[in-house]
Design a protein around this ligand. Structure first.
Ligand code: IPM
Ligand code: MN
Length: 347
């Protein structure tokens, strides 16, 4: 039987609950479709940091490299470990080391979910650059603690990096409605963002069948609220994409529905699948985290592994459950109850 080996990193807070929920659903789907999933769990988290002084072992990246995919819950427990330490010790290095340059985040309303907008007929696929840009980590501080202190953090945009993420977006647009929106702030940032716009225009010539529009990030934020149905594939830099996808999560009813895939399109290393929400310390241990974002991320993992039928089946089961009003209102149903409902719809 075809077997995929998956590294499970539940991480912190609600990460554990939602990862185990997603795993149960994925295993059931695998059984229905005649393939197997083998999990190896890694305890890497802020608790692990407290014990060992590191978020993962020094050979953590090399250990993960051998897996077909990574399913991650959430990283961060700021009362014990500063976020800048925990995220730079686990999540961000994985995205970079495994060249997961395309962070793919779908934003649409599941049936039965009431979003904050008047109209719900939007289906946006945000493609966020995931390895460079504003998250390059290039910078430093001098004269620390004095009134002369200086902090510098440089965004890095490379031709290779910008071209490959835009190309990924164009390919996605071609498979969807043929519309692509490229997001910059090239009226104010005259080097990196003008560069991004130029590469967008250059690629547009190669994709005459794709209708391209360029927006500034501020105008895009407004458009996602006022006219989200006018958008399809939206491509943005690391930080702009980060911000837009929390907005996307909000219009789709909340972070409990926001799935994401950190994709290495060249398949030279494993891709990683994770809900957009973090560890949610305020509701950790209450058993009320919505597992739908993690289950949806898991479906994206099945799709990437080459099991699109199983992936679609998982999403159909989720949609039947939300249509029944289960898991649609924050806190109304327990994590377990939502998971059991999805499992029973899977059959
Ligand atoms: C996300 C998160 C992370 C990011 C944080 C936790 C570093 O907000 O995946 O959107 O900014 O990439
Ligand atoms: Mn974010």
């Amino acid at each position: 039987m075809k077997t995929y080996s998956v590294a499970l990193i539940p991480g912190d807070g609600i990460g554990r609950d939602v990862t185990l929920a997603a795993w149960a659903v994925l295993e059931a789907a695998a059984k229905n479709y005649g393939f197997a999933l083998r999990a190896t769990e890694f305890p890497w988290s802020c608790a692990y940091y407290k014990e060992t002084g590191a978020m993962m072992p020094v050979d953590g990246i090399e250990t993960l490299r051998g897996y077909d995919a990574i399913l991650l819950g959430a990283v961060g427990w700021p009362v014990e470990v500063p976020d800048a330490v925990s995220l730079h010790g686990l999540l961000l290095p994985i995205r970079k080391a495994f060249v997961q340059y395309a962070n793919v985040r779908p934003h649409r309303l599941l049936p039965g979910v009431q979003g904050p907008l008047k109209f719900g007929n939007f289906d946006i696929l945000c493609i966020r650059e995931n390895t460079e840009g504003e998250y390059s980590g290039a910078g430093g501080r001098v004269h620390q603690g004095t009134s002369d202190e200086v902090a510098v953090e440089t965004s890095i945009f490379t031709r290779r990096g910008v071209e490959r993420i835009l190309r990924f977006g164009f390919d996605q647009a071609r498979q969807r409605s043929g519309k692509l929106a490229s997001v910059t702030k090239s009226n104010a940032q005259k080097y990196s963002m003008v560069f991004w716009d130029q590469i967008t225009n250059m690629l547009a010539l190669e994709y005459p069948d794709v209708e391209v529009s360029s927006y500034h990030i501020d105008a895009m934020a407004a458009r996602m609220v006022m006219a989200p149905e006018s958008l399809d594939v939206v491509v943005a830099s690391n930080l702009f994409g980060d911000i837009l996808t929390d907005l996307g999560a909000a219009i789709q009813g909340g972070l409990g529905f926001a799935a994401s895939a950190n994709i290495n399109p060249g398949r030279t290393a494993p891709s990683m699948f994770e809900p957009v929400h973090g560890s949610a310390p305020d509701i950790a241990h209450l058993g009320i985290a919505n597992p739908i974002a993690a289950i949806w991320s898991g479906a994206m993992m099945l799709e990437h592994l080459g099991e699109p039928d199983a992936a679609r089946r998982v999403m159909t089961a989720v949609e039947m459950v939300t249509s029944d009003g289960i898991g649609t209102v924050p806190g109304e149903h327990k994590t377990d109850a939502i998971t059991v409902a999805v499992l029973s719809r899977l059959g």
